[in-house]
Design a binder for this molecule. Structure first.
Ligand SMILES: C[S@@+](CC[C@H](N)C(=O)[O-])C[C@H]1O[C@@H](n2cnc3c(N)ncnc32)[C@H](O)[C@@H]1O
Length: 212
């Protein structure tokens, strides 16, 4: 399959699709994090929309567009009447353009974001919510997948959380349910890296035409 991964610098999906024998390319405005992997030569450093505009057709396009202004967790800063609202509107406009272009250039498309205001603007999208702890990870992070011509991703292995005051919590969470990662220069990047278990499921389930 010809697979395009947009807004990925970790190489989590590019490496796996490459290792599974697919023709894959990734794109991010930043250099990739895995220059030593043979598939790193298939990383394009540049703008996702410009790349899509110049692209021919792909069998599968997977996108992880920036979510800072889109996530509902940022409503205190980006909601209507908040200082970042214009930034949110611009982010919605950019992501909708990305989605529309991807549907033109890709037979199957997935756009990933956390719980986000953008999904209601993506025409024709079937939105599925997944959790890393349903894919073999000891972690909680509700994640939305907007799908076009793709079957929902099936859970692979559930990791139960610890019980705190009757509530389930995972290793990346404090007892009160907050994320444990403290402030650091790489916090945003660390939090946005695609989980191994989810990347494995995507390649195994969508890397074969029979599942589509
Ligand atoms: C939420 S992170 C996704 C990270 C991804 N899950 C991974 O494992 O690498 C969003 C990514 O979009 C990239 N990005 C931002 N603007 C972009 C653009 N115009 N074109 C391509 N990538 C862009 C950022 O550099 C960042 O790596």
């Amino acid at each position: 399959m010809n697979v395009l991964i947009l807004c990925e610098l970790s190489g989590q999906l590019r490496r796996r699709f490459y290792d599974a024998g697919h023709n894959v390319m990734s794109c991010d405005t930043q250099p990739c994090d895995d220059p030593e992997h043979p598939s790193a030569v298939c990383h394009y450093e540049g703008d996702a929309i410009e790349l899509l505009e110049q692209s021919v057709e792909w069998d599968l396009i997977i996108m992880h567009p920036p979510c800072t202004a889109l996530t509902v967790a940022g409503n205190h800063k980006y909601a209507k009447d908040k200082p970042g609202y214009t930034e949110r509107l611009k982010a919605i406009q950019w992501t909708v353009k990305l989605w529309e272009l991807a549907k033109l250039k890709g037979a199957r498309v997935c756009l990933e974001n956390p719980v986000s205001v953008v999904f209601q603007h993506l025409k024709g999208a079937i939105v599925q919510y997944i959790q890393p702890h349903d894919y073999g990870e000891d972690a909680s992070k509700r994640t939305g997948l907007a799908l076009h011509n793709l079957k929902p991703l099936k859970p692979t292995k559930r990791i139960p959380g610890r019980i705190v005051n009757g509530k389930e919590r995972w290793a990346n969470q404090t007892d009160s349910g907050q994320n444990k990662l403290g402030p650091s220069p790489t916090r945003a990047k660390d939090r946005s890296k695609t989980y191994d278990g989810i990347a494995d499921a995507i390649v195994n389930q969508w890397g074969g035409l029979e599942s589509c």
